[in-house]
Write a protein that binds this ligand. Sequence first.
Ligand code: ADP
Ligand code: ZN
Length: 731
Amino acid sequence: MTSATILRVAIDAPVMQLFDYLAPARGEVQPGQRVLVPFRQARRIGVVLALADRSGVAPGKLRRTLAVLDPEPLLDAHLLELLGWAAGYYQHPPGEVFAAALPRLLRHGRESATGAVVWQATPAGRAALLAGEAARAPAQARCLAALVDAGRPLDAGALAVLAPRWPVAMRALERRGWAERSRHDEWNAVGGSPDEPPTLTGPQAQAVAALTDGDGYRACLLQGVTGSGKTEVYLRGIARELAAGRQSLVLVPEIGLTPQLVARFRRRFPAAGIALLHSGLTDVQRLESWVRARDGRADIVIGTRSAVFVPLPRPGLIVVDEEHDGSLKQQEGFRYSARDLAVWRARQLAIPVVLGSATPSLESLANVDAGRYRRLLLPERAGSARRPAIHLVDLRRHVAQDGLAPPLVDAIGRHLAAGGQVLIYLNRRGYAPTLLCPACGECLECRRCDARLVLHRREARVTCHHCGATRAAPEHCPACGGALVAVGQGTERLEAALDELFPDVARVRIDRDTTRARGELERLLATVASGEARILLGTQMLTKGHDFPLVTLVGIIDADQGLFGTDFRASEKLAQTFVQVCGRAGRGERPGEVYLQTHFPDHPLLQLLVREGYERFAEAALAERRAAGWPPYSYLALLRAEAATREPALAFLTRAREAGEALGAHGVRLLGPAPAPMARRAGHHRAQLLVETSTRPRLQRFLADWRARLDALPEAGRTRWSLDVDPAELF
Ligand code: ADP
Ligand code: ZN
């Protein structure tokens, strides 16, 4: 055989291998193109990763590619390399890795050259529908009604399910002036004159210079509290890339991609093409953003986690904002770290990458120590904002009523009287985390998880926050019939207590329960920004992305949640949350105060954090990690298994351990199997086995050999298992 006749294809299936197919009889195929192939009894779409002359599959058994879907490669050589590397590094099936990198519509075979044409109803169309004027042409009526109902543009896919002859119907609606078509290009250049950039402070100028002087790869850790001017540094870096005709990729945590952030980019760069990639988009919008990035029409791509895989034909700069944030790590399926891949990608493309945070991860700080990242420090904003005064409230001395101890209640009253806003943080939603029967000691538990049911009093329901199971809240103990008591607090209970203490003060609660409806979060935040709401109460949602310049007091209801967590990262997370919550306060002209309630005011970690700040905390925490041999001074992988009963999960892990030991890998420690910290969840028994090594290459070599053996274990088929490399959480 002279030319390559075999295609090596990645197919979205949970297997580690690639699949070989005969090339189509005619035409040329290149790596990075999608193909339609027969797969088992069906047809599947895959991505060609390589061409070959021969295959391990017997010639008679090789099946032929049915069609090539892209005229040009969809993914360039750099992306193919990145994804191939990621599949190897994370020991994940390559087909699933490629699937994760593509917008859903492309995975399903949609043409990639779309300018994504969409249609929407005109005001005349809306009137016509109401007046029943379209009723005589059923296909038209159906399409028009769908457009009016949707209240947003619909694409061909959405219309095609309504009527087989929808193109005819839509043409008729357009002729009658009832519908109009456009290309979905929401964030294309708007023009106008850009915002005047501020004069950089000295440290900002140094940071910008470190990012923009010279060419080639470099990784910078930009450390500065919220409001210290990190985003301004990003904007300057992006400005340079724009001027040079290159693209910038900005990765943000899930909750960080706010309309305010986008508007700020928009105002600074009105002539630039900006593409957004996040989970709030429709499939068509995602495809459109992706295609605009790939075609080079988007100069700036702002997106969450998976945007790290977006094609960039002329890459210039990668920004990872809030690099410590947990949502940058995918927690199921293909468990990658977008931050780590962003750094890998920057090196591959020989471009700078900047990781920004007020509270850098210990991993990134260790990379600074090791000389791999350059640290750029932005001191707190000069002038107005000062460090808030922090008070520890000893809950052993002050008895809390509904979660609020008297010193905090007094402080709230004081700040309200002085015209300030108050922020109360409690990372637990619902009314109470436990329903207890004092007579027999019974607690209401989820039937499918090792977890207590949380009382949601307004809805009169008890709900499991792990599996979502929910039922009407019982009044009496199912065991002895005694009356049940709600123990502990959630945001709903705190809200009731605050309403009672401060009945005339406007208040908002922000957690997942109060922000379910679309636009509700924005509405609540607007009442905070306007100063209308005076007490602001909520969960983790409050600690990210938003600024509350009028807040002068922050109350942290329960600092102990993080002090004794089972995870080795618990204290790091507590410190980050603490600094982030405090950073929301006192950003305006008035000095801020923080009240932190705890049963352990003498805890060394808390003391360090409160007295000396994140920096010193991080040093101590790193020293502790080094002494204990935890990351970043060791490298971990976690093999998780779950099954309907305990036995198959443990059996698999035990065999997995034996297989690992048989490999005789030196310097690899296997710990377990042990039940997961929550041993039963959603009816599944869960257990895990931890792999620990002192170097990354050693871990990689071990995992590559081990993974192949795991697939071959007879027990592997009786349990659901997954391998998590560099796990963010050990459960
Ligand atoms: P961060 O991203 O660290 O939260 P920002 O870049 O958003 O900080 O800056 C906080 C505020 O300070 C913004 O309103 C920004 O416009 C302003 N700002 C940033 N840098 C400067 C500067 N050098 N001079 C004046 N104002 C600045
Ligand atoms: Zn449950």
